[in-house]
Design a protein around this ligand. Sequence first.
Ligand code: AMP
Length: 294
Amino acid sequence: MINNNEKIITAPKELFSWSCNQHKLDRRIGIVPTMGGLHEGHISLIRTADRNCDSVIVSIFVNPMQFGQNEDFNLYPRNLEADINLIESANLRNELKLFIPQVDEIYPAGFNSTVHVGSVTETLEGYFRPKHFDGVATVVLKLFNISCADTAYFGAKDYQQVCVIKKMTADLNIPIDIITCPTIRDVDGVALSSRNIYLSTSQRVQAAVISQSLLMAENLIVKEGCKNAEKIIDQMRDKILSAADTKIDYATIVEPITLKELKILDGHNEIIILLAVKIGSTRLIDNKIITGIS
Ligand code: AMP
């Protein structure tokens, strides 16, 4: 069992001073920001940080600022003991600190600043979840400042989020490297997500159409040479809507950096297919990065 007193830090100032000491010892710090509800997707990020750094910080903070009014902030899975056990079973080689602040430690009374990243936040998730990325960028910048980490690890599963973080880091000259780690999937292809626990047994089975539609699109592009985005998206839509109780917020093919929608794939070496699908009331996102197509 992880010794909670030793491993858990709740106060930002305490984490800051621990990190300063790590740097004095010439240790490179990696941070993995999470909202808890940990699964093997998170663990893969933590393992990568553990391999590449000397000390690892995993933050667990369900960030109210990135949830809309009608979203699942109150319902969001919180199970600290299970999270700690999962991290412990990963048998990491380096010193690890869990940063688990209370909301009022991150947003004390009178808190009144927001980080807004332009352009890449305006489409897709940004369109369906207004202000979501302001909340993400604000908390992530705070975590970067509090942790003084050298490297931060994010999952490709939240592709647009990584674009936003990279843009913020470049635009604001934040001295941290951003590493993107691959999406970890269940055996049936469903991307692991803390929100998968909201799905009923039958919905969990239906959820496989999301990754299946991405694979189908990849085949159309890579094997059949299809370059017409509309045709590809139409087939994906048909596949997803063939499953019960599904609704598509968006299904689109975009340019990887600007996230501008593509109609024709000719001349693009790398493209991203992005999806947001509701199964019942559970909203899931997924994507596929396709390279070497032109
Ligand atoms: P969350 O706790 O959902 O905010 O996620 C914390 C980090 O884990 C983010 O960088 C996510 O992109 C990443 N992540 C979530 N699910 C997966 C997954 N299935 N594979 C890889 N990374 C993931």
